[in-house]
Design a protein around this ligand. Sequence first.
Ligand code: SF4
Length: 396
Amino acid sequence: MPGARAAPVSAELTAAERERILAKAALFTPPPATLPDGRRDLVGLSRAELEAEMAAIGEKPFRAKQLWHWIYHQGERDFARMTSIAGALRARLAERFVIGRPEVATEQTGRDGTRKWLLQWRDGQQVETVYIPDSDEDRGAVCISTQVGCTLSCRFCHTGTQRLVRNLGAAEIVGQFMAARDSYGEWPSPKDDVPRRLSTIVVMGMGEPLYNYEETAKALRIVMDGEGIGLSRRRITLSTSGVVPMMDRCGRELGVNLAVSLHAVTDDLRNEIVPLNRKYPIAALLDACRRYPGASNARRITFEYVMLRGVNDSEAEAHELVRLLRGIPAKVNLIPFNPWPGSPYRTSTYEQTARFAAIVNAAGYSSPIRRPRGRDILAACGQLKTESARGRPGAA
Ligand code: SF4
């Protein structure tokens, strides 16, 4: 496939660049997790922070352990029902703390069982969270968001038309999964071999998670903690548009599965579809994938490829994709483009998608054609968007 050769891989994916990304994230921090009446939300605190809160009221570290169990294993929101804690202390906890949840502004269930929640936070900002049931089994994935809006403006994505308003805090990220579990009544957290209905998390909703790394990582550590929700890292997939400097850190520290929004095989085209490519071109992105800790044939990196008619769906592009992926334990998800009002693309025909898939498959890469889910409630890939907008400076 002809096309612009990727820019040489930058050797300067340095700590300084990571610092810059983290500093920028800090400009969009979530509001403090304290209510107007002064009570502190305990959801989203690390274990150490929870212990510190207990120490501040003269309680021993084991109280934090007890609370962790009630909050994340039992899903309890009311201190009064925490029967392993003495009544007087329960009352004292309720005076100082809350166990927060987002407000469910709307809940819609699509014809195929996909469920979408519009969740609202204390400052009125909203995001969407989606449960995508497996079509064959009684389980499914919860797709969670990490930012209100997004900075990246991927052209096929509805969320990308919404400016970044702010990052979500750890409480808000883990709170989406907890709210979804509330909706299905999946408490206490299933243990060991007990099947889970909400069995996987895909961090693929609104926003670029690696542009909000610290809060996302904190939330995922809470989700993975074996004494609480206890979802294994193998059941969590984080999707990035290719924030190369943060990918190593994500793999090293969290070890979750990685998905990469690729969508094009030349830099020229990817610059247009995923503008972040101008900063981190395809070659640098694929090098980061080759280095990704924990990737193996058993744990392949997923490459997301949205099928855009006449844009990126030719057979030559399928062959080039195969060439690019050589040496990476990979699978390719072919996603029929999900239109949204005003979107600039059309969905590839099924026949063309099947031809593309056959080429990728023949090269030894699994390349399922994703069935669109939740289209009737605008819950499918790339369709999420809320009315939240960033206040203009000086606006009331
Ligand atoms: S695809 Fe992801 S990173 Fe790109 S604009 Fe949409 S939400 Fe942002």
